[in-house]
Write a protein that binds this ligand. Structure first.
Ligand code: HPA
Length: 278
């Protein structure tokens, strides 16, 4: 087995020395879901820096810990804080957490993020169901020797975002009067925001939103056979689409304003997932 696999197993052993909790859903909290912990009946919290070799975030405001517990009847492991490729980590480290959560037992990967709106009918504060992604502009996390224990060399990517889970999200949004957009998320490494010409190019390619996370994790989760679903919080219109320049604080503020409906949607959806395991 290679180094990537050995490191993953070390992290797994490290977590298992501390908790035997078995999650069914792995949830990554993006901007706007910082307070999601209050929706969780917490069983155990584990700070990332207690896991030997685990990548720890450098972004201000991104606290780093796993929260194990229940949302309704559904056992979850929740990542409060994630690492991004632009922080300088190896791409294999960026996807280590999702691989670890799968090995802990998670069958569903629920990913959330803040993203810039590329579709001109979107508004800041909208939520967007991720139907597919564009991954053309950044290194693939599966580059290198394939770990057969994790998945196949050439994974199919025809349905990364599970159709059935998408339907659950649509239904729960409707039942709770939460309007959601739908679209394609484009992943760029960042950390600089895009230029207006980048955004015009992405529009031509079929992008509806753009962001700096999610896709490496989705590729690794798909490789391991997880069912995946995702929601973006459209925190701003992308570069050139409004008069104001982009700044991290405003992105954060818009995500915070959308937080109540975002939290409601994510928690109600996860409660529904309990029926998938019974
Ligand atoms: N571009 C890239 N990433 C982002 C944006 C954006 O406009 N907003 C939030 N994350």
């Amino acid at each position: 087995m290679g180094k990537v696999y050995d490191k993953l197993m070390n992290c797994l052993n490290c977590v298992r020395e501390k908790t035997d909790f078995v999650p069914k859903v792995a949830l990554v909290l993006g901007s706007g879901l910082g307070d999601f912990a209050k929706e969780i009946d917490v069983v155990y919290e584990l700070s990332y820096d207690q896991i030997e070799g685990f990548p720890v975030s450098t972004v201000p405001g991104h606290a780093g810990k796993f929260i194990f517990g229940y949302v309704g009847e559904t056992p979850v492991v929740c990542m409060k804080g994630r690492v991004h490729y632009y922080e300088g980590y190896d791409i294999s480290d960026v996807v280590l957490p999702i691989r670890l959560m799968k090995l802990l037992g998670a069958e569903i990967f629920f990913v959330t993020n803040a993203a810039g709106g590329v579709n001109s009918s979107f508004h800041a504060g909208d939520l967007m169901l991720i139907k597919d992604h564009i991954a053309l502009f950044a290194p693939n996390p599966l580059i290198g020797a394939n770990e057969e224990a994790l998945g196949v060399r050439f994974p199919d990517m025809s349905h990364v975002y599970d159709m059935h889970l998408q339907d659950v999200i649509r239904r729960i949004a409707k039942e709770n009067d939460i309007y959601i957009q739908e679209g394609v998320y484009t992943y760029l490494t960042g950390p600089s925001y895009e230029s207006p010409a980048d955004i015009r190019a992405l529009k031509v390619l079929g992008a509806d939103a753009v962001g700096m996370s999610t896709v490496p994790e989705a590729i690794a989760a798909n490789h391991m056979g997880m069912k995946i679903c995702g929601i973006s919080c459209i925190s701003n219109l992308a570069a050139g689409m409004s008069d104001s320049p982009l700044c991290h604080e405003e992105v954060q503020q818009a995500a915070d304003e959308a937080a109540p409906k975002f939290q409601k949607l994510v928690s109600e959806v996860i409660k529904q997932f309990a029926y998938l395991f019974s």
